[in-house]
Design a protein around this ligand. Structure first.
Ligand code: ADP
Ligand code: ASP
Ligand code: MG
Length: 450
């Protein structure tokens, strides 16, 4: 068995859906299970609809739903090339749209706009694309079968970033997916979407379809996972910012995980975790150019000639600096500081310390006032916003002399705020202001990939 995941642009219109179905057909012998994202942009529009309904503007919310319906009807008419399957796709998608309209009405009446409501609305995007993909396959005599991910991806009730129950997932994947494969079908299911045991829809967080594919790959003991997207593979930097970024033929799990965690959007940050446990290789490939080699991510990958393999960065971070003179010669300061983070459930990325102060970077979004107040009680607190954390990655980076010097030299006069080297064998992280992130990325890329 293999798992094939198609991202938003890879199912973004009828031409993309046809290309994806051709790719699936070429892999038929390898017993594929297919995971799809919502059509490109649909999740954002559904989020708009949920917010409009929550604010009481049902008219505008339904207008968004109507636009989306037209877009999906067009895709069905163009991509499902036989009347039987086309009618069935249209009926199934129509039923889900009727459900969405009712849901938007209910949210309007209740003025409900929390994460739970959002998840229930967002789940529709993947339901529609999976129904269409399954029927587009069937219309080409490829035995696609829609499988509702809400039967398989059982999660807790952390709406917006639900945590899957791996034991339950393994059972359900066998019952609903492996058994269908054994009967000769090609199951097509939704990425990103899950459900609590009670049946309340959940989602795994934005970009979560990659994670679905990895979790299913592990649950099914797949021999490979293929992530089909809109670039040729994992690249030396985000090609939207660094125009001459190159595709990597190979990366290690550790390299890919660091890059994904530090902002390389091509993989959801959690994707690598389930694959490492089972040593399942993952390919990243371009659905517009299936003939291109792509990137293979495996346990042990070739080292780059440059040592540095790729550069990733996350924008919109907040840096907190806590200065406590009484840290001099005392102990327990770090403990009390991190207890504050734990109490507030706040995740910390990079940490640097000196004798009298500690700096930490936090995930995007404004830190809660209560967190700042509790930290402020421990010492003198400074908050810097709109910062980007950079991560320069490559196997062997820590043991290769000269790399840190080259990084700092390439950054020239750009002010660098925190540097962390050595905590991981394969990365060096530092922080600059968001406004200087693109310039920093381009300068580093010129240095390491001339
Ligand atoms: P999908 O919809 O297929 O999941 P995403 O938009 O989530 O696709 O991810 C693909 C995008 O990730 C690319 O278009 C590219 O701009 C961006 N990206 C950021 N960093 C990298 C990188 N290091 N390598 C490849 N792509 C990257
Ligand atoms: N459709 C979801 C999103 O836009 C999940 C995904 O594409 O991976 O975040
Ligand atoms: Mg993605």
């Amino acid at each position: 068995m293999i798992v094939l995941k198609f991202g938003g642009t890879s199912v973004g219109d009828s031409a993309a859906i046809v290309r994806a179905s051709e790719i699936i057909a070429t892999r038929r012998e390898r017993q594929p299970v297919v995971v799809v994202s919502a059509m490109a942009g649909v999740t954002d529009r559904l989020l708009d609809a949920a917010h409009l309904a929550g604010e009481g503007d049902l008219r505008s919310a339904l207008t968004v739903a109507h636009e989306l319906r037209e877009r999906h009807e067009t895709a069905i008419n163009e991509a499902v090339c036989r009347p039987g399957p086309r009618g069935q796709a249209s009926e199934a998608v129509g039923t889900h749209f009727a459900g969405l309209d009712l849901m938007l009405e209910a949210l309007t009446l209740l003025r409900e706009d929390g994460a739970k409501a959002e998840d229930a609305v967002l789940a529709h995007g993947e339901l529609w694309s999976a129904e269409i993909m399954a029927r587009a396959l069937e219309a080409r005599d490829v035995p696609g079968l829609f499988v509702d991910a809400r039967q398989v991806m059982i999660t807790d009730a952390t709406f917006g970033r639900a945590v899957p129950d791996r034991t339950m997932l393994a059972e359900r994947a066998r019952a609903h997916l492996a058994s269908a494969v054994q009967k000769g079908s090609i199951p097509v299911t939704q990425g990103f979407v899950g459900s609590t045991l009670k049946g309340t829809p959940t989602t795994l967080g934005r970009g979560g379809s990659d994670y679905t594919a990895a979790l299913l790959g592990a649950a099914l003991g797949a021999t490979e996972v293929e992530i089909w997207t809109d670039v040729d593979g994992l690249m030396t930097a985000d090609p939207r910012v660094v125009k001459n970024a190159r595709t990597l033929p190979e990366a290690s799990y550790d390299e890919a995980a660091e890059l994904a965690y530090f902002g390389a959007k091509v993989l959801h940050p959690a994707t690598i975790v389930p694959l490492v446990e089972h040593g399942i290789p993952v390919w990243i490939k371009n659905s517009r150019r299936p003939e291109a080699a792509g990137t293979k991510v495996i346990a042990k990958a070739m080292r780059s000639d440059h040592t540095v393999k790729s550069i990733a960065w996350k924008r919109g971070m907040t840096i907190l600096n806590l200065r406590a003179p009484r840290m001099l010669g005392t102990h327990g300061f770090l403990k009390s500081m991190f207890e504050v983070f734990e109490r507030h459930g706040t995740a910390v990325d990079v940490v640097t310390t000196s004798e009298v102060s500690v700096s930490v970077s936090l995930e995007n979004g404004a830190p809660p006032t209560a967190l700042l107040a509790d930290l402020g009680a421990l010492g003198e607190l400074t908050v810097s916003r709109e910062r980007s954390i950079f991560c320069v990655v490559g196997e062997g980076l820590r043991d290769t002399p000269g790399i840190p010097a080259r990084i700092l030299q390439a950054l020239g006069s750009l002010p660098v705020e925190m540097i962390s080297l050595g905590a991981s064998k394969i990365n060096l992280t530092f922080v600059v202001q968001d406004a200087q992130a693109n310039e920093a990325a381009q300068a580093l890329h010129r240095e390491f990939f001339p």
